[in-house]
Ligand binder design. Structure first.
Ligand SMILES: Nc1ncnc2c1ncn2[C@@H]1O[C@H](COP(=O)(O)OP(=O)(O)OP(=O)(O)O)[C@@H](O)[C@H]1O
Length: 610
């Protein structure tokens, strides 16, 4: 007996030494990796600065181009004015100057003009006649004044349209721009007037004016094309800059934040609401506030027309990370009725499945592709945090209320739910069946804002153990999918009694989450994770070792502006949080030694004993 104990002790000591050696090696590997990461981060910082420099020089160029374009437009406007003056039939001047004669016209024409003989049979003819008679009628003068005023407004509108078109980068190139249309109209008008007043407008004169107009038209076309090119360059550089920024932020371990704007709901449209939120490009969202337009930047912005598939496409690489042994968390945050459940789960009859069902499918697709190289084990737990209580959704509600579930952290800082039912799944279908079973036990109620409002936070934890069949190394990945209950104001949702209690509990937990986010984003020494069960559950996802993706869901309507701004400010803070994602991988030796130690501890015989 003593000898056996001695042998066991020897074996444990040996195991301890081997583990120590492996540990040392890992520390060295970690140091090397840290150094490499540091130098890569420095490299990316340099790259980022280069990109920023390039961008600002391009921006300067764009500004100077825009200034010169504006100048040219001013000149064009003046030129147009001059051209109009030149084309103005002599009668207009006569009215203003009590029948003065064109300076350049010859004497015979002047005589004719004085008699009104070159005036065609227009109202101005009559006016000229009355002018020649020396008895201008008040009505005539007034009518003429009105028509001049109308002409002036028309010109003003044309010029404004012309300027507008030039500043609008999205002008349809296939369509003729208003400036060309305007010039063409001027040319035609000029030719018409010239034809009617052929004595005054000699062919030579018409030719010169025509040439000037054509030259002007060509210059305008050039300015237009250059403007378009500059704006295209500006837009593509803006997008490129943000892409690189995302890569750098990713490398730093920043939490990724995607913003999703849902379409206007029938209730919002019926209540006279109008859209006040817009996506500027795939990274920026703007909100019309009473204090002006506010812009927010995220790693990705999805508009109302984005499909569930598009949203998932940008998310799916995280599923691969979970299989590779990373701790991954995807969660949705937003006002009640903003589309969190639609994004995470899908619509009611799952015609438009969201991230969760798609993630289940993707998970097993990747597993299927790798079965020749790895052995996989998938298991899941499903909880809801309802009225400050953690409930197991895999058991009946009556049983769930008597179960005690505690959130614990393992040595690597990974959160797990002690006391929760953990179910294995061998296919996407099995996992989905488990999920549906859990969903049936959830707390859902109708509020004034959302007919199927989630009254609890939903937390699904999927663990993936994969054993490399070649070298025996084992990795443990975790995929946490969280659909948070919506932040809300009781007055707006019409909550009473039990619903008010639910709403208070939801708001309390979200406020605790806000405190954690604030502490992390401002790098405080103390992070108040323990203030609420929600923050305890999410502690390895925020500021922990997870690769985290947050969806901030928002309504597009002007009636939700306040909530939208709060959510976007919340999400902007989350963007600043850095996680330290690490792969949970053990070599074959460590996994084996751990198994032996466990067996020794429990007094079971080991393979070596046999
Ligand atoms: N992108 C979208 N496209 C179409 N319909 C959407 C979209 N997002 C949300 N909806 C619809 O809007 C309504 C509210 O969405 P959802 O239930 O997902 O909101 P929620 O944020 O989860 O609300 P709560 O916090 O109250 O649970 C649902 O009818 C949903 O189908």
């Amino acid at each position: 007996m003593v000898q056996e104990l001695e042998e066991n002790y020897q074996m444990a000591s040996k195991a301890y030494q081997t583990l120590n050696g492996v540990n040392q090696r890992h520390i060295e590997e970690k140091t090397t990796l840290q150094e490499r990461m540091k130098s890569e981060a420095a490299h990316w910082d340099k790259e980022k600065n280069k990109i920023l420099d390039l961008f600002s020089s391009k921006l300067d160029l764009l500004h100077s181009h825009q200034a010169s374009t504006l100048q040219e437009l001013q000149i064009t406007r003046l030129e147009l004015g001059k051209v109009q003056d030149m084309l103005k039939p002599p009668e207009a001047e006569e009215e203003h100057q009590q029948c003065p004669l064109p300076e350049t016209a010859d004497i015979s024409q002047q005589d004719d003009a004085a008699e009104g003989s070159i005036m065609p049979e227009t109202e101005s003819g009559a006016q000229a006649q009355s002018c020649a008679d020396g008895k201008p009628s008040l009505e005539d003068a007034q009518a003429r004044l009105e028509s001049l005023k109308e002409n002036l407004y028309k010109r003003e509108r044309e010029i404004t349209q012309l300027l507008q078109w030039n500043t609008d980068s999205k002008g349809d190139t296939a369509n003729q721009p208003p400036c060309s249309a305007l010039l063409n109209a001027v040319i035609l008008k000029g030719l018409d007037v010239a034809a009617r007043h052929s004595e005054y407008f000699t062919t030579e004169r018409v030719k010169v004016v025509g040439q000037q107009l054509q030259q002007l038209q060509g210059e305008l076309q050039q300015v237009r094309e250059e403007n378009k090119r500059i704006i295209e360059n500006y837009n593509s550089e803006r997008i490129m800059r943000k892409k690189y920024y995302n890569i750098v932020e990713d490398m730093k371990g920043r939490i990724r934040v995607f913003c999703r704007i849902r379409p206007m709901s029938r209730t919002e449209m019926g209540g006279g609401g109008r859209p006040a939120v817009d996506c500027l490009d795939e990274y920026s969202v703007t909100v019309e506030t009473p204090r002006g337009l506010k812009e927010f930047q995220f790693n990705k912005v999805f508009g109302g027309a984005s499909s569930q598939e598009e949203v998932f496409q940008d998310t799916s690489r995280l599923i691969q990370s979970a299989i590779d042994g990373f701790n991954v968390c995807i969660f949705a945050y937003g006002q009640t009725g903003s589309g969190k459940t639609f994004t995470m789960i899908g619509d009611k009859d799952l015609k438009n499945p969201g991230i969760m069902p798609r993630a289940f499918r993707k998970l097993f697709e990747i597993i299927q592709e790798n079965t020749s190289k790895f052995d996989f084990k998938v298991s899941a737990y499903m909880l809801e945090l309802y009225n400050d209580r953690l409930l197991d959704l895999f058991v009946r509600p009556t049983e769930a209320s008597s179960r005690k579930i505690e959130i614990k952290k393992d040595k690597k800082g990974l959160v797990f739910a002690q006391g929760a039912e953990i179910m294995g799944a061998r296919s996407a279908e099995e996992l989905f069946a488990l999920f549906e079973h859990g969903c049936a036990n959830r707390h859902i109620a109708a509020t004034k804002i959302n007919l199927e409002s989630s009254r609890s936070h939903l937390i699904i934890g999927i663990t993936i153990e994969s054993t490399n069949l070649t070298n025996g190394s084992v990795s443990h990945g975790k995929l946490s999918l969280v659909d948070l209950a919506g932040s809300e104001r009781a007055a707006k949702t019409g909550a009473k009694d039990d619903q008010l209690k639910e709403a208070n509990s939801i708001n309390k937990s979200l406020s605790a989450l806000g405190d954690v986010i604030f502490a992390l984003s401002t790098e405080q020494a103390h992070v108040p994770y323990r203030n609420n069960k929600l923050t305890v559950v999410m502690q390895d996802s925020l500021g922990g070792n997870a690769k985290t993706l947050m969806f901030v869901n928002i309504s597009p309507s002007n009636c939700n502006i306040e909530e939208t701004l709060t959510s976007l400010a919340y999400a902007t803070r989350v963007k600043a949080i850095t996680n330290n994602a690490q792969k949970n991988l053990e070599s074959k030796e460590i996994a084996h030694l751990k198994e032996i130690i466990l067996k020794l501890k429990s007094g079971q015989p080991t393979e070596e004993d046999v």
